[in-house]
Design a protein around this ligand. Structure first.
Ligand code: LIP
Length: 249
């Protein structure tokens, strides 16, 4: 099968409808568990890089549900990779999943956490969904069909001057003192030049804020494909651009 532009041989509508139902079920699970004061929490790379039982349950819900419908599809999930699964993107339809982006927020019952899931085919994003059930914010995009918040079209702010901009940036989950120094240096450099700096604790939600024009840019060093896979398509379909710090793709 050749797949120029639209992937004619794939039923993207079916993929979208199926994943949307699963995302809503995942959202119900997150909303049910976020207020618990005795969450089961494990440490990953350090004491601020955490995973909860709900992260794992949501990732399993999504992977099991999608595998049952589409057994040929592949998966790159934050927690599966953390447990040793391969993180390898091929041309095969691949779902890239952050089951709870903003895990630290979830641990603290701070309502800025979301499910972030994207479908890549031929290494191109076809579907992007970011869902914060606590605030009922469902950001969606399909390639070439625009970006939406709860079904309403959204677009980036179009701001072009830094001095008018609200910039999203994150502190990350690294305890590396050098990383901390760089983050603080960037804050010191940017503060006098912008309208403001904000950090939601979730790359996906930061990117969703850019897509709907509530912020004007987001940057972060040291994130993973599952943090940005859905946000990439949603920002692009909202008229924004994605680049690496050198300005390259
Ligand atoms: C989070 C990212 C965020 C980063 C945090 C953390 P998680 O993902 O979305 O941008 O600053 O350190 O990595 O771990 O909550 O899925």
């Amino acid at each position: 099968m050749s797949c120029q532009g639209v992937c004619e041989d794939y039923n993207i509508d079916l993929f979208y409808d199926t994943v949307l139902n699963l995302v809503k079920s995942a959202g119900e699970l997150i909303q049910e568990k976020i207020s618990s004061r005795n969450k089961f929490i494990e440490m990953k790379s350090n004491e601020i890089d955490l995973v909860t039982e709900t992260d794992q349950q949501v990732e399993k819900l999504l992977i099991d549900g999608l595998s049952e419908e589409f057994p040929q599809h592949k998966f790159i999930g934050e927690e599966s990779v953390s447990s040793g699964s391969q993180c390898c993107l091929t041309n095969v339809p691949t779902w890239i999943i952050d089951p709870i982006d903003g895990t630290m927020n979830f641990v603290h019952s701070f309502p800025h956490s979301c499910v972030s899931i994207a479908l890549f085919i031929n290494q191109k994003p076809e579907i992007g969904i970011i869902y914060n059930p606590m605030l009922n914010q469902l950001f969606t995009a399909r390639r070439g069909k625009g970006a939406f918040l709860n079904g309403e079209p959204i677009s980036v702010s179009g701001k072009t001057t830094l001095s008018d901009a609200l910039i999203m940036m994150e502190f990350g989950t690294s305890r590396d003192p050098e990383k901390g120094t760089v983050v603080l240096e960037n804050q010191k450099l940017l503060m006098p030049q912008v309208h403001g700096l904000r950090a939601l604790g979730s790359a996906a939600l930061d990117m969703a804020m850019v897509a709907c024009g509530a912020a004007d840019a987001y940057f972060e060093f040291g994130i993973h494909i599952w943090d940005i896979a859905a946000g990439e398509l949603i920002v692009k379909e909202a008229g924004g651009i994605i680049m690496d710090p050198s300005g390259e793709k």
